[in-house]
Design a protein around this ligand. Structure first.
Ligand code: PRX
Length: 656
């Protein structure tokens, strides 16, 4: 494991107090209030969460044990019976929210739809009955491979309604990546669409599903439910594939929610690690419902009238927690947008803000950096006066991007919440509360109440102020991941064994390096493992390496990230070719296509360096630290005494 460095420490001293107009109207409107909540939660986390579980959620039956913590296994609200869709839908129907917009959807070619809570409830019940009719039962896994359409959220909620476990796979992943995920989770059903719109093109989702299932390569899948979205030509396999409009439209709208045990699995979501294949992060029902509910309510300081827009795709955890479950559990209006900014429509995000009067806007630093490049004229030409709160997620935000967001989009009026969290954490861990926390550009500020975060060394000793170390969480929280699907041992090794406190306590190891300043503000510096973050998407270097070596020309490959102004990190691949193959632009192009096919376009290397050898230790281990130096054009830093052959470095420095 690489030791986190603080070379990149920001000399950032600016502090922005919450705007008075915002704070005076906020649920948590001062640091005193935050501190009171934080201290109360820290003194007795189980009591704190139990009180919230009681006041914020509906339970069919109350739990008998708030927290059963047998490290690293946590059970929250054990014995409690709950259904997250009851909290997201049914309970709003007896209130004034019944006819409030639950989902506002803006489709890519200009179509739009709105679902009120009553309509969404109806559609979810119909879809739930449809998937039941296909033989899906409580506990079965269902793959969801959809474009950004309301039916993606409906499919997830329909699964949760009957207790099936959804496993959403981002529509940008390839057929191969989809197949791996379906097989790992032994999915019974796949819900997909003929295609989706992305950047002026249609993406062929159904044909990717066909390729994933071809030759019985994903034998657990018995049916495919297909939404008609683009109308493109597709094959429908007799007896296996069914149209959504045939089955769902005809289904009954009466589907009572299945009472789930609090610890029953809600979903699996695959994410990249530093070793092996992506792992299926398992989240369960009660704790996840509670934590996403409370974090949405306080961190976005939700008001009944908000129009809330999170620009993520439902294929990522951000979409799960903060497009679907958190906002709907709060009865909020959640906007879904199918498009992404692109040269033919660079102002599209600001058009959507103006069209719907968006009040809360939550996006990724990589998008903000792209907007900066496109110029201030685009946002300045739109009416953004409805905005009252801005958020970012997915990667560290550079202070320049933060300041642009603050001035050009927020007009110095909107607080910015920089939320640090992960697929594994289920919800926000470090974040300002916008009416309370003074912000510093580039810092995710402080832990959410109930989260005992710390910066430590490998023995679990706390780091001094401004000293770099590993970001850990010292106590369980309700939405923590419960296991890696089908591989508890990997869960234990990956998250619970890196940090070994002398007192035998367990600490959750997040995989990020960070520091805490003298004011107790956290500054996340990035991954300390072999995970890279490209445009806010998390990729395992080993996954890309495996994809590369599966190409006949490649004998060995090592992939590292290098800093990139737009994407945060770019992917650089060092490749040793098999005899007879010649490195060059043509082969680089071919290898890019190969990685796209194996994983998806998001993992495509930006740069190739063809080499005869890689820098290795005498025991044969690739020295990635040196490759990172080379990729970013830096001087070779640190100790190179264990290097087998120094001349390799000189050859690689040239680049190709
Ligand atoms: O490195 C951190 C980075 O994204 C990782 C988690 O990625 P993923 O599970 O895909 O979830 C992304 C959306 C929650 C973290 O380990 N990360 C996420 N948010 C931030 C961040 N790094 C710095 N600042 C953030 N706000």
């Amino acid at each position: 494991m690489t030791q986190p460095t603080i070379e990149s420490v920001l000399n950032e001293n600016r502090t922005f107090a919450p705007p008075e107009a915002f704070a005076s109207d906020a649920t948590i409107g001062s640091m005193d209030k935050y501190q009171e909540l934080y201290d109360r939660a820290a003194a007795d986390p189980a009591k704190f969460w139990a009180e919230l579980a009681e006041s914020e959620l509906h339970w069919f039956e109350k739990w008998h044990t708030v927290l059963d913590w047998q490290p690293p296994v946590a059970k929250w609200f054990d014995g409690g019976k709950i259904n997250i869709t009851y909290n997201c839908l049914d309970r709003h129907l007896t209130t004034a929210r019944k006819n409030k917009a639950a989902i506002i959807w803006e489709g890519e070619p200009g179509d739009s739809r709105t679902y009120t809570y009553a309509q969404l409830h109806r559609e979810v019940c119909k879809a739930a009955n449809a998937i039941k009719a296909m033989g899906v039962k409580k506990g079965d896994r269902v793959g969801v491979y959809m474009p950004m359409v309301p039916e993606a959220a409906i499919a997830m909620l329909a699964c949760a309604r009957i207790g099936a476990v959804h496993s959403v796979v981002f529509g940008g992943f390839s057929a191969e990546a989809l197949r791996d995920r379906l097989n790992d989770g032994e999915a019974k059903l796949v819900i997909t669409a003929d295609g989706g719109y992305r950047k002026d093109k249609t993406i062929p989702l159904k044909s990717a599903v066909d390729a994933a299932l071809a030759d019985n390569a994903a034998p657990s899948v018995t049916n495919v439910l297909v939404l008609k979205r683009t109308g493109q030509d597709i094959n429908m396999a007799e007896g296996r594939d069914v149209w959504w409009h045939d089955l769902v439209d005809a289904a009954s709208a009466d589907c009572p929610p299945e009472p789930m045990d609090s610890e029953d699995m809600l979903f699996v979501l695959y994410t990249s690690g530093s070793t092996g294949k992506p792992k299926g992060v398992v989240h369960t029902t009660g704790g996840y419902n509670l934590y996403t509910h409370v974090t949405t309510k306080w961190t976005f300081d939700l008001k009944e009238t908000d129009v809330y827009w999170c620009t993520a795709d439902v294929g990522w955890i951000t979409g799960h927690s903060y497009i679907v479950y958190g906002p709907l559990s709060n009865g909020a209006t959640s906007l879904m947008y199918e498009g992404v900014p692109r040269p033919s429509n660079p102002g599209c995000f600001w058009d959507v803000v103006e069209k719907y009067g968006v009040t809360i806007f939550y996006t990724a630093p990589t998008a903000i950096r792209a907007f900066i490049k496109m110029g201030d004229d685009l946002p300045n030409a739109r009416d953004l006066s409805s905005l009252r709160l801005l958020g970012t997620v997915g990667e560290p935000i550079n202070p320049e991007a933060w300041m642009w967001y603050h001035t050009v989009i927020g007009k110095e009026r909107c607080p910015i919440i920089d939320t640090w969290w992960q697929t594994e954490t289920g919800g926000f861990m470090l974040t300002p509360l916008p009416g309370a926390t003074p912000t510093k550009p580039g810092s995710a500020t402080k832990p959410f109440p109930g989260i005992l975060a710390e910066i430590v060394d490998l023995d679990g000793n706390p780091a001094a102020a401004d000293e770099g170390g590993y970001l850990v969480v010292k106590y369980p929280w309700p939405s923590m991941m419960r296991t890696v699907y089908g591989n508890f041992d990997r869960f234990r090794r990956t998250y619970w064994e890196h940090i070994q406190p002398k007192d035998g306590n367990y600490m959750y190891f997040a995989g990020d390096g960070a520091r805490k300043d003298k004011d107790g503000y956290f500054w996340v510096m990035g991954r300390v493992d072999d995970v890279i973050n490209v445009s806010g998407h998390r990729l395992g270097t080993m996954e890309i390496e495996s994809a590369l070596v599966s190409h006949p020309a490649v004998a060995e490959a090592a992939v590292v990230g290098k800093p990139d102004d737009l994407k945060g990190e770019a992917v650089v691949a060092f490749v040793i070719l098999d005899g007879g193959f010649e490195g060059g632009d043509d082969l680089a192009k071919e290898l890019k296509g190969h990685v796209t096919k194996e994983i998806g376009a998001i993992a495509r290397p930006d740069e190739f360096r063809f080499a005869d050898d890689l820098p290795k230790t005498r025991s044969g281990k690739i020295m990635r630290r040196l490759l990172r130096n080379l990729a970013s054009g830096q001087e070779i830093a640190g100790d190179t005494s264990t290097l087998q052959d120094r001349s390799v470095l000189d050859k690689l420095r040239g680049g190709a």
